[in-house]
Design a protein around this ligand. Structure first.
Ligand SMILES: *Cc1c(COP(=O)(O)O)cnc(C)c1O
Length: 366
C-alpha cells in the first residue's frame, strides 16, 4: 500500500499550463503595460457587453439558467444554427476537456498536430488518455500525417484552424479530406477560436461539416474577438448525440450569469466584431511587414497575432527580446513549450501599442 494518495496515471505527466505574462513595468510613453501575450481582443469588450454585465451584480444570489437557453438561442440566431445543437462552456477549454472526458479514457489516443494548442495534450492526460503529437509541415498541420497516425485506439482528432501559436490555416478542402479519411467513431474537433479573424475565401470554420457529419464538432470562444476572456465563455456546435453526451458530464451551472448576459450582448454586437476584424487585418499586415524589415522571419498568420522567428538573427535570441520588451513595459509570449524556442507570439493590439512594440523591437535588434 502506498504511504500517501497518488494521482491517477497521466496527471503528473502534465506540465502546468503557463499563461501569457500579465505583469510588467508601465511603458514609458503609454503609461501602462502593453499586454500582447495572450491574444486578448485589442478593443476589450463591446460597450453593449459591458452594459449587460454591470447589472448582474443585482442578481448574484441567483443560480444562472443551467441550460443557458437565451445565450444559445442568440448564438444560433446570429450564426444561422440550430439552437439545440449549440453548446456553451466555461471557456472553450471546458468544451475541449469535456469532449475528451466523454469520448476517451485510459488506453485511448487523442491526436493533435505537433505545434497545436497545448490544452489538447493537457486535457487528454487529465482524462488518463494518451496524447499523440503529429509532426507538421512548414508549421502547418499535415493532413496525411494525421491520418497516418490514427490507430484503432484513436478517439478524437483536434485541429485548431487557424492554429495557435503558428497562425497557420487550412482550407476547407483539406479539412474535408481529413474528415473523409477518419474512421466514423473518431470525433474530429475543429477549434475555431480565431475563426472570426480569417479573411480567406477558401476557409470555413466547419458549420457545414458539423451539420453533415455525425463525428464533427466545432468549438469557438468569446475570449478573443469578443474580448471576454475574463468571463470564461466558449461555445460549440455539435451533432445531437455529442450535445447529449456533453450535457450529461458538464457542471449543471457551467456558465455564470455574468457570462450568459455579457455573452449574449457580445454575440449580437456584430458591428463591433466587424470593426475588430478590420482593425486586425490592417495591423496584422503592418506588424508582419515591420518585423520582417527588422530581420525577423514572420510566419503568415490568420489569427489576431503573428509568430516571429528569431532564427535569422544570430545576435539576439527570442529570450533576450522577451526580456528587453518586458523591461520596456511590453509583454509578448514565448512559445518554447510549443516546440518553438526561437519564436515569439505577438498579439495584435491598438495602433499605439503596435508602434510601441515595433519601436522597442527596433531598439533591441539594434
Ligand atoms: C485562446 C484559445 C482558445 C480559447 O480558450 P477559452 O477557454 O475559450 O478562453 C481555444 N483554442 C485555441 C486554439 C486558443 O488559442
Amino acid at each position: 500500500m502506498a504511504d500517501r494518495p497518488t494521482p491517477r496515471p497521466g496527471v503528473l505527466d502534465i506540465d502546468l499550463y503557463v499563461g501569457g505574462e500579465s505583469r510588467a513595468v508601465p511603458h514609458a510613453s503609454l503609461g501602462r503595460t502593453v499586454r500582447l501575450a495572450s491574444n486578448e481582443g485589442a478593443f476589450g469588450p463591446s460597450p453593449s457587453a459591458r452594459a449587460a454585465y454591470l447589472p448582474v451584480a443585482e442578481d448574484l444570489h441567483r443560480y444562472p439558467d443551467g441550460a443557458s437557453a437565451d445565450l444559445r438561442a442568440a448564438i444560433a440566431r446570429v450564426h444561422g444554427l440550430e439552437a439545440d445543437r449549440v453548446v456553451v462552456g466555461h471557456g472553450s477549454d471546458e468544451l475541449i476537456a469535456n469532449l475528451i472526458r466523454a469520448y476517451a479514457g485510459p488506453g485511448d489516443e487523442v491526436v493533435h498536430s505537433a505545434h497545436g494548442f497545448l490544452m489538447y495534450r493537457i486535457s487528454a492526460l487529465a482524462a488518463g488518455a494518451t496524447p499523440v503529437a503529429v509532426p507538421e509541415r512548414n508549421l502547418t498541420a499535415d493532413i496525411d500525417a494525421i491520418l497516418a497516425a490514427v490507430t484503432p485506439r484513436t478517439r478524437l482528432v483536434f485541429l485548431a484552424n487557424p492554429n495557435n501559436p503558428t497562425g497557420s490555416v487550412l482550407p476547407l478542402d483539406d479539412v474535408q479530406r481529413l474528415q473523409a479519411g477518419l474512421p466514423p467513431p473518431v470525433v474530429l474537433v475543429l477549434d475555431g477560436a480565431y475563426a472570426e479573424y480569417v479573411n480567406r475565401n477558401d476557409y470555413d470554420p466547419g458549420i457545414g461539416l458539423v451539420e453533415s457529419c455525425p463525428n464533427v464538432v466545432m468549438t469557438r470562444t468569446f475570449s478573443k474577438i469578443h474580448g471576454l476572456a475574463a468571463l470564461r465563455l466558449g461555445w460549440g456546435y455539435a451533432p445531437a448525440p455529442v450535445v447529449d453526451a456533453l450535457n450529461r458530464i458538464r457542471d449543471p451551472f457551467n456558465v455564470s450569469l455574468a457570462a450568459q448576459r455579457a455573452g449574449l450582448a457580445a454575440i449580437e454586437d456584430t458591428d463591433f466584431v466587424d470593426r475588430c476584424r478590420r482593425h486586425n487585418e490592417i495591423w496584422r499586415d503592418w506588424l508582419a511587414a515591420r518585423l520582417a524589415s527588422l530581420g525577423l522571419i514572420v510566419h503568415p498568420s490568420a489569427g489576431n497575432f503573428v509568430l516571429a522567428d528569431f532564427g535569422g538573427r544570430s545576435d539576439v535570441t527570442a529570450v533576450a527580446a522577451t526580456d528587453g520588451l518586458r523591461d520596456r513595459g511590453i509583454l509578448v509570449r514565448r512559445v518554447a513549450r510549443y516546440g518553438l524556442p526561437r519564436c515569439l507570439r505577438i498579439s495584435i493590439g491598438l495602433e499605439q501599442e503596435m508602434a510601441a512594440l515595433t519601436d522597442a523591437m527596433a531598439e533591441i535588434l539594434g
